[in-house]
Ligand binder design. Structure first.
Ligand SMILES: Nc1ncnc2c1ncn2[C@@H]1O[C@H](COP(=O)(O)OP(=O)(O)OP(=O)(O)O)[C@@H](O)[C@H]1O
Ligand SMILES: [Mg+2]
Length: 254
């Protein structure tokens, strides 16, 4: 059975999508069967693997409307390595369309049931806001991956996330934090190092040993529709995500 991870952090721009794509591609390079699910109307992950979200026949939108159909019909192969359930721009309207539906937080979970056997890792990339899409992501996951951007107030975002996880545990009791990932580390500044030390003191073994540095190649790669391990394989960003993939394999690889 595959492991299902949801990236989560209600703050925007912390590296959720970058991590889903870079980690997913690194795991695929190791021969793992990886599925990425883009459940964010911004469709950044979809664009990051070079797929145009305006031209799709099927996307996660249709999956949410017809969860009994599973995921396969909406899954595309990508040049990045992992398979992808893309987001389309229509997704923005789904929140309203589904507002009155009973069990609307569990639609993705229902659709995922059979896919679990097909993949080793399923990584779900939600938007920053805690709406229907994030709830579907968290309700489907076994574990939450938490990117924590190393700036002065990084730790302030954690209580809100912990509250959210406790809330979702009412419908998904097994949900737990799978790991906290320090991202956008700037080795030249003291603040970045101080915050990392604080995060490690507070959360101990929950924090991945790997820290992701600020690396401009990571910001460039999605505009070329490529994951970092194709776009700039020897970059510091690619090496860091490769190390993260090894760490994850150490915990979860069979
Ligand atoms: N380690 C890094 N070094 C440099 N730039 C990065 C790094 N990680 C992410 N970025 C850039 O920072 C921006 C935000 O990252 P990303 O889109 O992954 O965040 P996000 O949490 O998914 O955002 P949102 O909440 O809007 O979905 C992007 O432009 C991305 O390319
Ligand atoms: Mg994102």
């Amino acid at each position: 059975m595959g492991h299902v991870f949801a990236l989560a952090m209600q703050k925007g721009g912390v590296g959720k999508t970058t991590t889903a794509l870079s980690l997913g591609a690194a795991l695929a390079l190791r021969g793992r069967r990886v599925l990425l699910i883009d459940i964010d109307p911004q469709a950044n992950l979809t664009q990051g693997v070079g797929i145009d979200p305006t031209t799709l026949e099927y996307s996660v939108y249709e999956v949410l409307l017809n969860p009994e159909r599973g995921l396969d019909f909406a899954t595309c192969a990508t040049n990045a390595g992992p398979a992808l359930v893309p987001a389309s721009l229509e997704l923005a309207g789904a929140e309203l369309e589904l507002a009155g539906r009973v069990g609307r937080e569990l639609l993705l979970r229902k659709a995922l049931r059979t896919a679990r056997a097909t993949y080793d890792y399923i990584l779900i990339d939600p938007p920053p806001s805690l709406g229907l899409f994030s709830l579907n992501a968290l309700a489907s996951a076994d574990r939450v991956l938490v990117p924590l951007q190393l700036h002065a107030y990084a730790l302030r975002a954690m209580p809100q996330l912990e509250t959210t996880i406790a809330l979702v545990q009412e419908i998904n009791p097994g949900l737990e934090i799978g790991g906290i990932l320090c991202t956008m580390a700037d080795r030249r500044t003291n603040i970045s190092q101080e915050v990392e030390r604080e995060v490690r003191e507070r959360y101990g073994t929950l924090v991945f040993e790997t820290t992701i540095p600020i690396n401009v190649k990571l910001a460039e790669a999605p505009t070329h529709g490529q994951p970092i391990n194709r776009y700039a394989p020897s970059s510091a960003g690619a090496q860091a995500y490769a190390a993260l993939a090894d760490e994850l394999e150490g915990h979860y690889g069979q």
